[in-house]
Design a protein around this ligand. Sequence first.
Ligand SMILES: [Zn+2]
Length: 117
Amino acid sequence: MEQGLYGKYRVLKSDTGEEINSFFVLKPDTDPVAIAALQRYAELTPNDQLSEELNCWLETLEMMGAQMPPKCDYCEDIAKVRTTPFLADSGAVMCEYCWNHTRREYKDSHGEDIGKF
Ligand SMILES: [Zn+2]
């Protein structure tokens, strides 16, 4: 059963032993969504050394076979994806943005609705 946000871990500062109450633990070796979050963090942090070390760690995880985050085959963005509605593109996956764009175009050109994402 899925759980939402809850206190799964107890985190202590390594230098003082002080307990930290507001945090979020990411496990990129087992969670592809954590990899996406860390890729974004590495892009946005103003700390260049941290950014470089995060990117190095992520590359190592990828080389070691960690499951990478889902990526849309149409726009190549990292996103939630689902199987394409088109038989010709069998095996491809599509993000919600591309799905909605395709849905409008297909409805206009073919008069058929491929349905909601
Ligand atoms: Zn897309």
